[in-house]
Ligand binder design. Structure first.
Ligand code: FES
Ligand SMILES: [Fe+2]
Length: 441
């Protein structure tokens, strides 16, 4: 990364892939679910931590747990349904049964066949650490990992403007799931890259404008892109891009997808009605002077609560969720869900534009000549001279560079070289979190 070049084998090599499952997905805090997907006692939801299938449960006392979905007897999957409500989970092989707190509560033949000698106490489901940010449930296998708050660090200062805006929280819808023949790092790298917008998405932007949907015209030309005063920055592996607003300009929140000339007044009224609450929760500066744009959460969170799940070096399973304010008017809710699907769902125009590039790039890592020639990520190297303390993190000069991509791969390299958290640096929190919004509410 010093030279701004990248060996393409990290996208195709089977041994590197197995190593990153252990060293990246085995150590990092990973998004697995959302509180709104398991709102009631005894609800559960199936998810993944990398390639490890997990059960996210809310026990009868309301506590959230994340367990490896593996029977401690001979390894059968304990839960098969995607979600539901159950106090206990019975393995369908021999009938060992686990509570939604992870305890082994019933074993056929415990006396007759095991002679009462089975170590029941220590054969509960394998449990991960759990923490929650703004309703998003994270889990982590590493006992020595920092808190989720430290892991997110100053990135939360920006994420709050999208995910932690409201007293009443958000509702998650989804997921749409699909697979793509790409390495999981390629979409992650792409989701804080704005350099590609005027080229990759030009046709989509024009079509969106034509059909009266909110177009991305602000960034559909290179002139607009390179002249923009908006920002991009990096914290602890998380890549963030921001739209900056002048005093008095109307903020366009990230959740504005689906806004059209026809329904604009409904969005407008809704945004105006919640503005005092936003200022109370986030402070005047965060509520009025920027909004979160494209972004990634290390290692595999892309554009909000959406996951790029690794499925082998050459395959990624996408999970697309949409988050909407719980009290949003129905018209805003419907338009937002559809708008996000039209952009980045499985049939989304933006998603299809992007996938085509990612697939071709992946193929280059497989061609005998191509794989020997490194990828070039040198744009804007060393150009980050943030002089504005209101924007914490490694803030790049200008709106467009490959600083976020280099920092993402450097972070990946730190994890791959570490093996435990004692060798992974965490940037101290320096942001001035004005307002009442906290990690949990
Ligand atoms: S594998 Fe689960 S009860 Fe035997
Ligand atoms: Fe894109």
């Amino acid at each position: 990364m010093e030279k701004g070049t990248l060996d393409r084998r990290i996208f195709t090599d089977a041994d590197i892939y197995q190593e990153e499952l252990e060293k990246v997905f085995g150590l990092a805090w990973l998004m697995v679910s959302h509180e709104s997907l398991i709102p009631n006692p005894n609800d559960f939801f199936l998810s993944y931590m990398g390639e490890d299938p997990v059960i996210v449960t809310r026990d009868s006392k309301g506590e959230v747990h994340v367990f490896l979905n593996m029977c401690r007897h001979r390894g059968n999957r304990v839960v098969r349904a995607d979600d539901g409500n159950a106090k206990n989970f019975m393995c369908t092989y021999h009938g060992w049964t686990f509570s939604n707190e992870g305890k082994l509560v019933s074993v056929p033949g415990l006396q007759e066949a095991y002679y009462g000698e089975l170590d029941v106490e220590n054969l509960g489901l394998v449990e991960a650490r759990v923490d929650i940010y703004a309703g998003i449930i994270f889990a982590c296998w590493a006992d020595d990992a920092p808190t989720l708050e430290a892991y997110l660090g100053d990135a939360r200062y920006y994420l709050d403007t999208s995910f932690n805006r409201r007293d009443g929280g958000q509702q998650a819808y989804g997921p749409q799931k699909w697979t793509e023949p790409v390495n999981w790092k390629t979409p992650v790298d792409n989701c804080s890259d704005n350099y590609h917008l005027p080229v990759t998405h030009l046709a989509t932007s024009l079509a969106m404008g034509q059909f009266g949907r909110r177009s991305q015209t602000a960034f559909s030309t290179h002139k607009a892109l390179f002249g923009s005063t908006s920002k991009h920055l990096h914290v602890n592996g998380h890549g963030l891009t921001l739209r900056i607003y002048e005093e008095g300009q109307q903020v366009q929140p990230r959740f504005g997808n689906g806004r059209t000339p026809k329904n604009n007044h409904v969005f407008q009224q809704f945004y105006e009605s919640i503005q005092p609450e936003l200022e109370r929760r986030l402070g005047k500066f965060r509520a009025n002077r920027f909004s979160l744009a494209n972004h990634t959460l290390f290692p595999n969170g892309v554009l909000g609560f959406r996951l790029a799940l690794p499925r082998g070096p050459l395959k990624t399973e996408f999970w697309h969720f949409v988050l909407v304010d719980k009290d949003a008017p129905d018209e805003v809710r419907r338009a937002t869900i559809v708008g996000y699907g039209n952009n980045n769902g499985i049939t989304g125009l933006m998603e299809q534009d992007d996938q085509d590039n990612w697939i071709q790039m992946t193929q280059s890592g497989l061609s005998p000549k191509g794989r020997k020639i490194p990828s070039n990520l040198s744009m804007g190297k060393g150009r980050w001279t943030n002089t504005d303390p209101r924007f914490p993190g490694i803030v790049s000069d200008g709106y467009i560079s490959e600083n976020n991509q280099r920092n993402f791969y450097s972070r990946w390299q730190e994890f791959m070289n570490a093996g435990s958290w004692k060798d992974i640096p965490v940037a101290p929190i320096t942001a001035n979190f004005e307002g009442t919004a906290s990690m949990r509410s």
